[in-house]
Design a protein around this ligand. Structure first.
Ligand code: ZN
Length: 154
């Protein structure tokens, strides 16, 4: 992504600009999430970017001897984000209590196998939760490392 050639300009289409803008969009969504009450979910990166509330490492891979940046950052909010917003903001229907609505949303989350691991379980030195890594990708940090390093699944 070196910008040190004669063709480089912020005004031109270039991967560096696209990756920078994608990161800013993701960060803006993350900060809006905090503003409306969402906490970090560091397990989201193990579930196909289920939340903007994780700390995303850019997804990069080697393709034809070049680094591919096309999926560096997600461009949408995740399924976890939608469920968390439903939990916090959806109103019950006329024939439903708030308690029943919240229980139903939790059951949906369980049915979708959504995971939630926040700061208290991810940041302390003793918080060695296997899914709570920050700045990671994939179901397994080891597999993701191997994929990024070698450009394949293993
Ligand atoms: Zn945050």
């Amino acid at each position: 992504m070196s910008p040190f050639d004669d063709e480089w300009s912020w005004d031109n289409e270039n991967p560096m600009k696209e990756v920078a803008l994608a990161r800013l969009r993701q960060l803006a969504a993350h900060e809006v999430g905090h503003t409306i009450g969402l906490a970090h979910n560091f397990a989201a990166s193990t579930q196909n970017r289920a939340s903007v509330m994780d700390y995303p490492h850019p997804k990069l891979f080697v393709q034809n001897d070049t680094i591919n940046y096309e999926s560096a950052y997600d461009t949408a909010i995740g399924v976890w984000d939608k469920q968390a917003i439903k939990y916090g903001y959806q109103l019950p229907s006329n024939d439903q209590s708030e308690e029943d609505l919240l229980k139903a949303i939790i059951v949906e989350n369980c049915d979708m196998n959504l995971l939630y691991v926040t700061d208290a379980d991810a940041r302390p030195v003793a918080g060695a939760h296997s899914l709570a890594h920050l700045w990671d990708n994939g179901e397994s940090v080891i597999d993701a490392f191997a994929k990024n390093l070698f450009g394949s699944e293993k």
